[in-house]
Design a protein. Structure first.
Length: 220
């Protein structure tokens, strides 16, 4: 059976409805479509707004999406604020700050304590560590990304090295890893160095010279 309408617009008109009591429903009275204000259409299930269309575009947090990317919900960048001289191996545990110049963060952002970074939510995360250093006649200087899944023991999940072949040689060391955080209490990361001799890692508070970027790619 078909329905054909003719006449002036609107051909079909009813009440505006609300998220909790939509104007257009099936057998479920609190699941359907409403028109709560000018230029706005809202879709709800169980009396809760899930998705909306307005003059400004589409809205919805994407938390219930499956099979469709909800976009980047978390992105954060941290840096070391001052130079530090090192030799041998150790953790980079101090002088961290969040990028505070032309970018803050997307979402809640990471939290940091003594160089240990805690994730704001579970998910698949990309972690990129980029450190600038200088040394003379250095066989190697490296940066490691270390992760724990028990809030205790750490293992390397990303690593890279550079070398200094002359006097006052500048190095750029980038380590990259993808990490599956399934528990924000037990799954954490930190950063470490490993050098053959005396090396200066360069930090600065006004721009990104040595630090790390965290991007949540999707659900775990």
């Amino acid at each position: 059976m078909s329905l054909e309408l003719s006449g002036t617009t609107p051909a079909i008109k009813g009440v505006a409805g609300s998220v909790s009591a939509p104007a257009i429903t099936g057998d479920d009275a609190d699941t359907g479509i409403s028109f709560p204000s000018a230029d706005t259409i809202k879709f709800s299930t169980g009396g809760v707004e899930r998705f909306a269309i307005s003059n400004s575009g589409l809205s919805g947090d994407g938390s219930g999406l499956t099979g469709i990317s909800a976009g980047i919900t978390e992105a954060d960048q941290w840096r070391v604020t001052s130079n530090f001289s090192i030799s041998g191996a150790g953790d980079i545990a101090s002088n961290w700050e969040r990028n505070d110049n032309h970018f803050d963060k997307i979402g809640t952002g990471m939290s940091e304590s003594s160089g240990i970074f805690t994730f704001p939510s579970t998910g698949i995360w990309r972690i990129v560590a980029c450190f600038n250093a200088n040394a003379s006649n250095m066989q190697y200087a490296g940066v490691n990304i270390k992760a724990t899944i028990d809030n205790s023991s750490y293992s390397e999940i990303g690593q890279n090295y550079d070398s200094a072949t002359g006097t006052a040689y500048f190095m750029s060391i980038v380590a990259d890893a993808i990490f599956d955080c399934t528990n924000t209490t037990t799954h954490k990361v930190k950063f470490a160095y490993n050098t053959q001799g005396n090396t200066t890692f360069e930090g600065e508070s006004s721009k990104q010279r040595s630090g790390a970027t965290f991007i949540r790619l999707g659900d775990t």
